[in-house]
Ligand binder design. Sequence first.
Ligand code: FAD
Ligand code: NAD
Length: 443
Amino acid sequence: MKTIKNIIIGFGKGGKTLAKFLAQKGEEVLVIEKSNKMYGGTCINIACLPSKRLIIEASNGVSYVDAVSGKNEMTAQLRNKNYHMLADEKTVTVLDGEAHFIADHEIEVVLTNGEKEQFKGERIFINTGAVPVMLPIPGLKESKYILDSTQAMDEKKMPENLTIIGAGYIGLEFASMFAKYGSKVTVLDHSREFLSREDVDISQLVKKDLEDVGVHFELGADIKEIIDEENEAKVRYQINGQEKEISANRILAATGRKPNIENLGLENTSIEITDRGAVKVDDFLRTTVDKVWAIGDVKGGLQFTYISLDDFRIIKDQLFGTGARMISDRKVVPYSVFISPALSQVGLNEKQAHNQNKEYKLFKLPVAAIPKAKVAKDSRGLFKALVDPETEEILGATLYGIESYELINMISLAMKAHLSYTVLRDQIYTHPTMSEAFNDLFK
Ligand SMILES: Cc1cc2nc3c(=O)[nH]c(=O)nc-3n(C[C@H](O)[C@H](O)[C@H](O)COP(=O)(O)OP(=O)(O)OC[C@H]3O[C@@H](n4cnc5c(N)ncnc54)[C@H](O)[C@@H]3O)c2cc1C
Ligand SMILES: NC(=O)c1ccc[n+]([C@@H]2O[C@H](COP(=O)([O-])OP(=O)(O)OC[C@H]3O[C@@H](n4cnc5c(N)ncnc54)[C@H](O)[C@@H]3O)[C@@H](O)[C@H]2O)c1
């Protein structure tokens, strides 16, 4: 059995960045990827980038079919670039096959041609991502009308009548997008409260804006059954004890993604898993086996590409730096939901501040008051920020409005640098831009 210095299982964000870095240090790396359609990982092939391309094209008035074809060209280019980024390195081998552990530091790879190869890894990094949760609703798995997010971005025809199960990130982004392409969209969620983490003024605005573009919500829905018929499926559900039914020619299952540990052979090792089915890691991403780490979605917790990238920074610091960097350093992690307009958040909102009995000064600005929003002909939304009355530091912000996915990073930086909110208030910004809204938001 050949011994390799570094084995990375899965071509994910953190893993590929680590592979490149190790190669630049002259180290031997074996990257194993089970699908030649996934070089570069989930984000560039089937998630962030293709979905955002389709979202932007919907706003540009491009048809769904043309947008899918342009998206496929983009992902093919990115895949090729990602493959060569690693495969062209002298010390890196990219192996096409599915890896599983046969012992703590030994893995077997089932190659695409069915042959098997075994390797011993001095260091092993698990970066196998996450897979969609398919709920045990009778008829769901069997239904020929069911799509996951990957399939929903590859349909040959725009779904005329789309039912989405789940009003989370994927559910809302796809609802907003498909409504723009012209689909009739209904979203079912078992939670009674829409966007329950957000402040009510924000969640109500978001819901109304989605309803205004034709998205229909059924909240508090207990889905009982999916029944396939000749040209459509019937989704049977209950709300407040009342039986309901909806027909759809496509159903998108968007009820979360779970760490991808299936078929990884962890039972052949001392690598432990958490109650929630993730690879168990400590604050330094170390699994319960020495010199085996887990990176990205497979380790549980927040599922974002930028978290997987930050996981790389933790590993890099351990291998070549001080070793001080850890997960618990991440105090300020922003997120954006790419609906139209975008919803972005960082730190505390009012709801969370109340729950923590935290005192705060509230700043609010309707997006309609921002000149750039008028210029861009989209004045929907509301900006909110919470400030610590004693330290003047920003405790958090919720920005619902166009370009908020850019603005939130500025707030995040100010929080991380412990700046007073007055710095953002008194900054000279270019005009007309959305960022100049901070002059007024923090007044
Ligand atoms: C539709 C959608 C939209 C999203 N949008 C965003 C967004 O806008 N912004 C954002 O930050 N995040 C977004 N996410 C989340 C983001 O895509 C993930 O958090 C991120 O891609 C996880 O990366 P990773 O490093 O964990 O691994 P991944 O990129 O998931 O890579 C795992 C790789 O491992 C391979 N693999 C799995 N098992 C094996 C095995 N046994 N052997 C060999 N190879 C294996 C897989 O084929 C895959 O290529 C989105 C997700 C989805 C589904
Ligand atoms: N913009 C982004 O950063 C972005 C975009 C898309 C996805 N993602 C990542 O992908 C992950 C997965 O996204 P997701 O939308 O699948 O998960 P999610 O956790 O965001 O949302 C799942 C939704 O499904 C609902 N649900 C669960 N069980 C249900 C049931 N039995 N019946 C009806 N509804 C039910 C939940 O109430 C929730 O609203 C996210 O956690 C996110 O980290 C990020």
